[in-house]
Design a protein around this ligand. Structure first.
Ligand SMILES: [Zn+2]
Length: 57
């Protein structure tokens, strides 16, 4: 069963919507959004692609 762990506390929820509601109520400062990019990161036009963990044969 998938359990949604609250990133801000130890509580866990079965439903994503419950976690979302909990965060809004108990962690008003927390936002379910992607981290805001630092302005410095914008200077890099293309992030380096992930390196293959193992060589393809
Ligand atoms: Zn929480």
């Amino acid at each position: 069963m998938t359990v949604h762990q609250c990133p801000k506390c130890v509580l866990r929820f079965e439903r994503k919507t419950e976690l979302d509601y909990h965060c809004r109520e108990d962690h008003p400062d927390f936002r379910h959004e992607y981290p805001v990019r630092h302005p410095a990161a914008a200077d890099q036009p293309h992030p380096a692609p992930p390196t293959p963990s193992s060589p393809a044969k």
